[in-house]
Design a protein around this ligand. Structure first.
Ligand code: NAD
Length: 482
């Protein structure tokens, strides 16, 4: 088994305690990598290195263009190592290799490229004053950023945080999820190779509570905490941030509604609705796991949707033909299996799917269940969808908005007016019309309610990862100094 250590101050180091843990391959059910198990002292060591690199090192001082060159070199190296990186996430959490290598690697590289260019090309506001003064905004780096990531899109979501933080001149300590540690160490190695100075991008491995994760959120030398994960964890992290008055950005859970209107292009709606809920075996915060279909087309849509779900290939995630791999861990499989086992008890009918071999769950379609049932309200985070009919547009919007989450929604219609009207009425951070998962990195990303606090992406990331400063200058000596 290969050993993956922390990356602190440009060095691959073991934990101070010498402790390790293993990463488990959810398909082979074997340990495949040994990882340094960090605790509070390792997290503090990483923050100290990041603090020093920020306070005295070249990174915040070199300017966005030079940082951008290094971040582009890192993106080049990520693309060149697509096989290793893709396989690391596949072995860590069972994501089909075509998705980890074919989607997550390019999107990781794209995150570094986008934020490198965004920071370099960014403009700031000027405020001409009629008092003989001139004011403008300077966007300076915030300082040390703690980034805490989940396991479902390991390298891609890590880069979504790390790339803007670095591009704006911050230094970073990343704690990847304990189920998916390997790709973070690989990318930290590539960052050094790309020319990033030591201490700028640190990785510390470990768990959350009473471990490296919690220590990062409590360290007063941290200037920003960016977190993606469960809503319950988000509440704990928000409280930890509040104690030090550290700004927190939270990207949390979801229970995406997908509305298919009778005037939709049915082929398109079926294709995207399948992707919306079964991509990454449903382990997606954005999953369209509540599927509302207008009554006029309900039977036809359902027949096509079930047939498409049935046709999906479930199996070994290292096999290029596989579309659905195992769920990420024994614990997570047990949670999803708990929902599958209680479909009838909750009043539903299983139309297709159910538990598969090992830790797989076949694409599972449920009908007949009330919108208030647990399966239709709680984030299952597996390939399980509840299909519910609706009659009117107003009813569809009411059902979609009847949730504590507010991350995203999808709608399928060929009616332009309806598309805009319903998009405006939905309580969600992102609404996809006639598509899913398409991103413009300039657009805001995040959610309302239990789905989080704040937005990231483009200037929204800039707001969070910088400390905006107003500079007011006298430009006319005879200025009125009121
Ligand atoms: P999780 O909350 O269990 O863990 C996420 C990370 O937080 C891990 O690195 C974990 O070690 C760490 N952590 C846990 N407790 C902590 C604590 N007290 N202090 C500091 N760190 C702590 O989430 P998960 O199971 O890894 O991920 C799945 C969840 O993430 C789902 O709810 C999903 O919807 C959500 N998610 C949201 C988005 C989004 O963009 N909104 C994207 C992906 C996943």
């Amino acid at each position: 088994m290969e050993f993956y250590s922390h990356m602190i101050d440009g060095e691959e180091v073991a934990s101070l305690s010498g402790a390790t843990f293993s990463s488990f391959d959810p398909h082979t059910h074997q340990d495949w990598a040994e990882i340094a198990l960090g605790d509070g002292s390792d997290a503090d060591r990483a923050v100290t290195a990041a603090r020093r690199a920020f306070d005295t090192g070249p990174w915040p001082r070199m300017g966005a263009a030079e940082r951008g060159r290094i971040l582009h070199r890192l993106a080049d190296l990520i693309e060149a190592h697509a096989d290793d990186l893709g396989m690391a996430d596949t072995r860590d959490m069972g994501k089909p290799i075509t998705q980890s290598r074919g989607n997550d690697v390019p999107r990781t590289a794209a995150n570094f490229r986008f934020f490198a260019d965004h920071a370099r090309l960014s403009t700031s506001e000027a405020y001409p004053m009629d008092t003989g003064h001139h004011a403008y905004t300077r966007y300076g780096p915030a300082g040390v950023v703690a980034a805490i990531a989940p396991w479902n899109f390991p390298m891609m979501l890590e880069s979504w945080k790390v790339a803007p933080a670095l591009a704006w001149g911050n230094t970073v300590v990343l704690k990847p999820a304990e189920d998916t540690p390997v790709s973070a160490t690989l990318i930290a190695r590539l960052a050094l190779e790309a020319g990033m100075p030591p201490g700028v991008f640190n990785v510390v491995h470990g768990y959350g509570p009473d471990s490296a994760g919690q220590a990062l959120t409590e360290n007063p030398a941290v200037d920003r905490i960016t977190f993606t994960g469960e809503s319950g964890t988000g509440r704990v992290i928000a409280a930890a941030g509040a104690r030090n008055l550290t700004p927190v950005s939270l990207e949390l859970g979801g229970k995406g509604a997908n509305l298919v209107f009778a005037d939709a292009d049915l082929d398109n709606a079926v294709e995207w609705s399948i992707r919306a809920v079964f991509t990454n075996s449903g382990q997606v915060c954005l999953a369209g796991s509540r599927l509302y279909v207008q009554r006029e087309i309900y039977d036809e849509f359902l027949a096509r949707f079930v047939a498409a779900a049935d046709a999906m290939v479930v199996g070994d995630p290292k096999d290029e033909a596989t579309q659905i791999g195992p769920l990420a861990s024994a614990e997570h499989h047990a949670k999803v299996a708990g929902y599958v086992d209680t479909i009838t008890e909750q009043g539903g009918t299983l139309r297709t799917g159910g538990l598969g071999e090992g830790w797989t769950v076949r694409p599972t379609v449920i009908t007949g269940m009330d919108h208030k049932a647990r399966h239709a309200r709680e984030e299952i985070f597996g390939p399980v969808v509840v299909v519910i009919p609706f009659s009117t547009e107003a009813e569809a919007v009411e059902l979609a908005n009847d949730t504590t989450y507010g991350l995203n929604a999808m709608l399928f219609t060929e009616n332009l007016h309806r598309a805009h009207r319903v998009s405006a009425a939905l309580r969600a951070g992102t609404v996809w019309v006639n598509c899913f998962f398409v991103r413009d990195l300039r657009a805001p990303f995040g959610g309302a309610g239990d789905s989080g606090i704040g937005r990231e992406g483009g200037t929204f990331s800039r707001e969070f990862f910088t400390e905006p400063k107003a500079v007011v200058m006298q430009i006319d000596e005879a200025a009125d100094s009121r």
